[in-house]
Design a protein around this ligand. Structure first.
Ligand code: GDP
Length: 548
């Protein structure tokens, strides 16, 4: 009988849940959610592994790397990922350290696949920038830092590979300041480099941490010597210590002292030197993350700001991953908790669809496996299995109408037109592209005047991923071809007449609509884009759009 209350309706509801606010406040305060940003090969994988080693989340070195090279299948849910040995899909690792709960959001490092990376950064509260000290600031670092800047995310910096011949440390700081436009506050300073790398000097603690090579070290076995003037140092390496004293004087004179507020405002980055592979300098980074990086903060949800310590649960989806388990057709929506306490089995409202769902099966991502979550707080990431009804940017709450902001789509740099070999599969093609578009795997544009669909991506590898998934998941053999399109801009204007005129003009032939039905202009060249913008000053051409 339809009116009989189901057992679900008898379950805990928001009104009857008594969640002590002190408990929530305590849990929020001990959480740190961060991501690592780096150019490929700077050492992100190695550092991730060492961070997990410290926490005891993994016992053995090599686990993360093995996953990366495809020998473990934890995150290698797709053939293409295995073939290339790169992490196409990001994942989440949670571990405890010093009574804190750390959520490390992994990001795909490959330069050809960065849209996902961008969006993962909207779900973190701080970021760790890893720089190869031999190479300095690289292209991908610049792009990722710019994304962090959109939300003024606090950044810690790790200068890696000091056991190699690197560039001059002062020059490295200078490059970070001038290229990335962020103030550097060195916290540790290297003593020598390469074969003569002796360790680091902690500028705030006046301590020297002696370097010892060794890959498998899990714990801090490095000797600490107190005081830069300690005679033992002069005995051990007279040359390097003289050099260090000179440099420290320079550093004190020329660089900025660490300023917590400037760091939290995203305008200054504390800089650490070390060697991830030798597990050297990694603990300092982890401690800085716990001591200085922010716990979850309030988030804009359009109607108001939501505080993490509020009792009602809320959160938003920043990433969708399909078919992690090839045996199921499920997709997993990665939700960042923004407030309250999530409990398995509770009911939450999917606000875009105005639908209440009971979340009984949720996954969290421990370092080595996917596990069931029992509870989660602001800063935590939970995985919601679904059949395609959840989209990037969707907000969830216990009922209040919220829409978390700040999940960006980036104007693609690469374009392909897509057609199919078998016209009978047109429906499957559209369904597949619709879903892959919603998932954020690729951006799909439908030209207003018909013709083949146009796919846009931030990196060309995305096309390969889409082609392989269309074939494997939707049985569609699609042909991707080059197009004359070179860039895309989303268009908006308060001037309805100007918009209508634009649609009717000759430029109107280049209009297309994306998967969320936003109007975009597909430009054939930089010049074409510039001219069109000049000709239509009443319109705004956006290089990013927010999911709404
Ligand atoms: P990712 O692409 O940023 O994830 O970089 P990886 O962690 O895979 O590291 C790239 C390469 O650099 C690997 O061969 C690592 O062994 C090496 N590497 C990482 N950290 C260090 C380090 O501190 N010193 C040296 N010499 N090599 C390192």
């Amino acid at each position: 009988a339809p009116d009989t209350p189901s057992t679900e309706a008898l379950d805990v509801t928001p009104d009857t849940r008594k969640v002590p606010t002190e408990l929530i406040a305590r849990e929020v305060a001990r959480r740190r959610t961060f991501g690592i940003i780096s150019h490929p090969d700077a050492g992100k994988t190695t550092l991730t592994e060492k961070l997990l080693l410290f926490s005891g989340a993994i016992q053995l070195a090599g686990t993360v790397k093995a996953r990366k090279s495809g020998r473990h299948a934890t995150s290698d849910w797709m053939e293409i990922e295995k073939q290339r040995g790169i992490s196409v899909a990001s994942s989440v690792m949670q571990f405890e350290y010093r009574d804190h709960v750390v959520n490390l959001l992994d990001t795909p490092g490959h330069q050809d696949f960065s849209e996902d990376t961008y969006r993962v950064l909207t779900a973190v509260d701080s970021a760790l920038m890893v720089i190869d000290a031999a190479k300095g600031v690289e292209e991908q670092t610049i792009k990722l830092l710019n994304v962090c800047r959109m939300r003024a995310t606090p950044i810690l910096t790790f200068m890696n590979k000091m056991d190699r011949e690197t560039r001059d440390p002062l020059e490295l700081l200078d490059e970070v300041e001038s290229v990335l436009k962020i103030q550097c506050a060195p916290v540790t300073w290297p003593i020598g480099m390469g074969k003569n790398f002796r360790g680091v000097y902690h500028l705030l603690r006046d301590e020297i941490l002696l370097f010892k090579a060794g890959e498998e070290r899990a714990d801090q076995e490095f000797e600490v010597i107190k005081g830069i003037d300690n005679p033992r140092l002069t005995e051990m390496f007279p040359l390097e210590i003289e050099q260090l004293k000179m440099e420290v004087e320079l550093v004190h004179g020329a660089s900025h002292p660490f300023d917590l507020d400037a760091f939290l405002a995203g305008t200054q980055t504390p800089v650490f030197f070390g060697s991830a592979i030798n597990n050297f300098g990694v603990r300092e980074i982890l401690n800085a993350l716990l001591d200085w990086a922010p716990a979850p903060r309030s988030r804009d949800a359009s109607v108001r700001a939501v505080e993490p310590v509020e009792a009602p649960f809320s959160g938003f989806v920043f990433k969708i991953q399909a078919n992690m388990d090839p045996a199921h057709r499920d997709r997993i929506a990665f939700l960042r908790v923004c407030s309250g306490r999530f409990e398995r089995g509770m009911k939450v409202k999917h606000l875009r669809l105005n639908r209440e769902i009971k979340v009984s099966s949720v996954v969290t991502f421990m370092a080595s496996s996917r596990e069931q979550v029992e509870e989660a707080y602001a800063g935590d990431i939970i995985g919601l299995p679904n059949h395609g009804n959840m989209q990037i940017g969707d907000s969830f709450s216990e009922g209040e109408l919220l829409q978390f902001t700040g999940i960006p789509y980036f104007a693609p740099d690469f374009f392909r037109s897509v057609r199919i070999r078998n016209p009978l599969k047109i429906k499957q093609l559209h369904k597949g592209l619709q879903q892959l578009g919603e998932e954020g795997a690729v951006q799909v544009f439908k030209p207003v005047h018909g013709g083949d669909l146009v796919l846009g991506a931030v990196g060309v590898l995305q096309f390969e991923v889409v082609a392989s998934r269309l074939l494997n998941e939707y049985g569609v053999d699609a042909v991707f071809e080059g197009t004359s399109i070179s860039s895309a801009r989303w268009i908006s204007s308060d001037d309805k007449k100007a918009l209508a005129d634009f649609e009717r003009s000759s430029a109107g032939a280049n209009i297309a609509f994306d998967a969320a039905n936003n109007m975009a202009y597909l430009a054939t060249s930089g010049v074409n884009l510039k001219l069109t913008q000049e000709r239509w000053p009443q319109l705004t051409f956006h290089a990013t759009r927010e999911h709404a």
